[in-house]
Design a protein around this ligand. Sequence first.
Ligand code: FE2
Length: 250
Amino acid sequence: MFHLFHREMVKKEREFMKAIQNLSIARSGLNLQVLANQKLVEGIMDSLVFALEAKDPNTQGHSLRVSRMAEATAKHIGLSAEECEQVRLAGLFHDIGKIGISDTILLKEGPLTDEEFEEIKRHPIYSYRILKPVDPFDNVLRGVLYHHENWDGSGYPYGISEDKIPLPAMIIHVVDSFDAMTSQRSYRDPMSNESALEEIRNKVGTMYKKEVAEAFLDAFEANKIPVRDRFREFAGENHGSVKNFVFPYV
Ligand SMILES: [Fe+2]
């Protein structure tokens, strides 16, 4: 009797161990699949940034610089590591919707007609639509969709104001403006860092949220903002590639 009972116990124990082993194999297979999916999404998003930069030479390096400057500002404000990461990604992809704007408008050298400008103003919506399928938590999307909204409600595409504008969008707005002002354009020379900072100071309360603009100016003063001329020292050897960016939402 005891013999039979013992044999049954050993058999059950073996079955149990086998089940645990199978679960472990299934889990490592799942982890590999998650990693493969994550790599795929990262690759697709990198390609979109490269595609935008190939289409519009004005944006070359802009997305990466905005991304890093926005992240540094978010850190200076004291946001959590997760929020800083979301701000960084929103900065990287904020203008991705320009892919949807026709070349004749996007690359036009002269002044835009009202109709053409209306189309340009839709690019945050296009960015949102492109990113929506890969950001199920919407956190990055909020930074992207509202990055041209002004604190006083005079921005686009919706004209929302003050604290209705999400903080990540307000951060991107400041650093995006700074990078645009200090960039070469076919119709003007770049502004100096000092003039661009002065311009930001003058637009606090109209374009920019006070606390965000002040944090950016303060972080700049403290040498914590990776602006164009300091970019290499902040970003190391990989400053020209988006390959090191990790997309955590898959
Ligand atoms: Fe934009």
